[in-house]
Design a protein around this ligand. Structure first.
Ligand SMILES: C[S@@+](CC[C@H](N)C(=O)[O-])C[C@H]1O[C@@H](n2cnc3c(N)ncnc32)[C@H](O)[C@@H]1O
Length: 260
């Protein structure tokens, strides 16, 4: 399960947390919810997005769940997430009674789930009428994830795909359909674009090959020559700016709706 693959909060921050925070800021501004609400953050991981939601939305309470104990342990150390109650839990079987939150969010999780529809219906169940159910995910089939260059080059070397198990559900129209089918009201979707920036190629390589996520684990197990080939291919793909930086754009799809 992805929960066991993303197990180190500090390394996760460098791999993905910083990009999640950037996309999260735009997502939270778009949700445009009032202050002092009761929030549920589903699949909170190392708490990167949880910290953003606390900073930007001034919630009354936040419960944040994830299957990874190690990620939760890191999340509990975040200075900006002190008010959050971090607990072990599964998006597809939320351990909460009906209508117990005002808002439920799921940041960069939906494509890792066996049953995304169950997770969205679970979020709708635990949110009170009039409350919000919202999520965002990198557009994986569209090449929107910050790790897309790695996916593409690993696949072109004939390696097993390391894309999350449910890539299609990250498409904007599929998320929209899922929110509608769940019976949510006032459904809206949008694209969130962010600049991804590394100080140089080594920063890109070191950030993306740490052995915590799916691709990092696979790269860690590659032979020295295969690693060198992957590195060379990525160097060719990612042209650096004049000062050596690597810059490209990533994009996520977001969906929101209200419980009737
Ligand atoms: C890419 S991380 C996103 C973490 C965080 N929300 C963020 O935006 O940085 C994906 C997270 O989904 C969690 N996850 C995987 N399967 C899950 C499930 N069944 N229920 C809840 N979370 C799950 C993983 O443990 C991991 O922390």
């Amino acid at each position: 399960m992805a929960g066991q693959l993303f197990s180190d909060g500090e390394i996760y921050e460098r791999l993905m947390g910083r990009w999640s925070r950037l996309a999260g800021k735009t997502f939270l501004a778009w949700l445009d919810t009032p202050k002092n609400l009761q929030w549920l953050d589903v699949g909170c991981g190392n708490g990167a997005f949880t910290e953003e939601l606390i900073a930007h939305c001034a919630p009354a309470t936040v419960v944040a769940i994830d299957p990874s104990n190690d990620q939760l342990a890191y999340a509990r150390t975040l200075p900006g997430a002190k008010i959050a109650d971090f607990r072990v839990g599964d998006a597809q079987e939320l351990p909460f009674s009906d209508a117990s939150f005002d808002v439920a969010t799921m940041a960069l999780v939906i494509s890792f789930l066996r049953d995304p529809a169950k997770a969205v219906s679970e979020m709708a169940r635990v949110v009170r009428p009039g409350g919000w159910v919202a999520a965002y995910m990198w557009d994986i089939p569209g090449g929107g994830t910050p790790v897309d260059p790695i996916y593409v080059e690993m696949e072109s070397m004939g390696m097993t795909s390391v894309r999350p198990s449910n890539p299609a559900v990250s498409r904007r129209e599929i998320m929209q359909e899922l929110w509608r089918k769940t019976g949510l009201d006032s459904v809206e979707t949008r694209v969130i674009r962010i600049p991804v920036l590394y100080s140089d190629f080594n920063d890109f390589w070191d950030s993306n090959t740490a052995p915590i996520g799916p691709q990092g684990k696979l790269i860690d197990g590659m032979s020295g020559s295969a690693k060198e080939e992957l590195r060379a291919r990525l160097r060719r793909r990612l042209s650096a700016t004049l000062d050596g930086r690597i810059v490209y754009e990533s994009y996520a799809n977001a969906a929101k709706g209200r419980v009737l």
